[in-house]
Design a protein around this ligand. Structure first.
Ligand code: GTP
Ligand code: MG
Length: 194
């Protein structure tokens, strides 16, 4: 009886002991990719609203700039920065947001997923405050990427590039919609600006 008992029970016990020592299955952790980001570089996390052309049309955002929509984006960035103290700067343009930061052992996926999900949940959470009479029609989402900049000059040039981009687009859109509101068709406005 005791031999049969041992033959049946021992392997189970061994498994249990292994499990408790976390040795038998723990190897699966080796399949996780080490994605720690290069030391001594600025991390820029760029978020971008997914299909916000459609989202802004569906929610009748004002053209070219919807103050409530932009304030909501800023509120999301403020909430993310309040939560994650390593972020030193936030800059927003249109449906985009980006930060320079240093945290979570510089693990790329951890930094990116935390920031993107925090930003998205805040967008939904604060929607009512900025659009009290407008129902959120479907859940918005954002994509994200991390870009590394090795020098202060690179980082400054990156921000200058985005600021110039914002300026050019805003100037174009402001003129375009002013022409449309003055009675021109959209293609006439485009031709005038060209
Ligand atoms: P993907 O990012 O590739 O998923 O596409 P997207 O549709 O989000 O386009 P993209 O990120 O290139 O551009 C953002 C779009 O959001 C703009 O083209 C506008 O249509 C819209 N948008 C952003 N801010 C405003 C705003 O203040 N008012 C209005 N009306 N639209 C805005
Ligand atoms: Mg977008």
């Amino acid at each position: 009886k005791s031999r049969v008992y041992q033959a049946l029970v021992n392997p189970i016990l061994e498994d249990l002991v292994d499990l408790m020592a976390k040795s038998k299955y723990e190897y699966v952790k080796l399949f996780e990719k080490d994605d720690s980001l290069l030391l001594n570089t600025w991390l820029v996390v760029r978020l971008d609203g997914k299909s916000f052309h459609k989202f802004s049309a569906a929610h009748h955002f004002e053209k070219p700039n919807d103050k409530n929509a932009l304030d909501l984006m800023n509120q999301c960035a403020i909430a993310v920065m309040n939560e994650i103290n390593d972020i030193v700067l936030g800059y927003g343009e249109s449906d985009e947001y980006r930060k320079s930061c240093n945290l979570y052992g510089r693990r790329e996926s951890k930094i990116l997923t935390t920031i993107v999900s925090l930003f998205s949940s805040n967008y939904v959470f604060h929607w009512k405050h900025y659009f009290p009479t407008k129902e959120l029609l479907y859940p918005p989402s954002f994509d994200g990427r991390v870009v590394l900049y090795p020098s202060d000059e690179n980082l400054r040039d990156y921000l200058s590039w985005r600021q110039a981009d914002c300026h050019i687009n805003n100037l174009y859109n402001t003129c375009f919609w002013a022409l449309v509101h003055s009675g021109k068709t959209e293609s006439e406005a485009e031709n005038t600006l060209r």
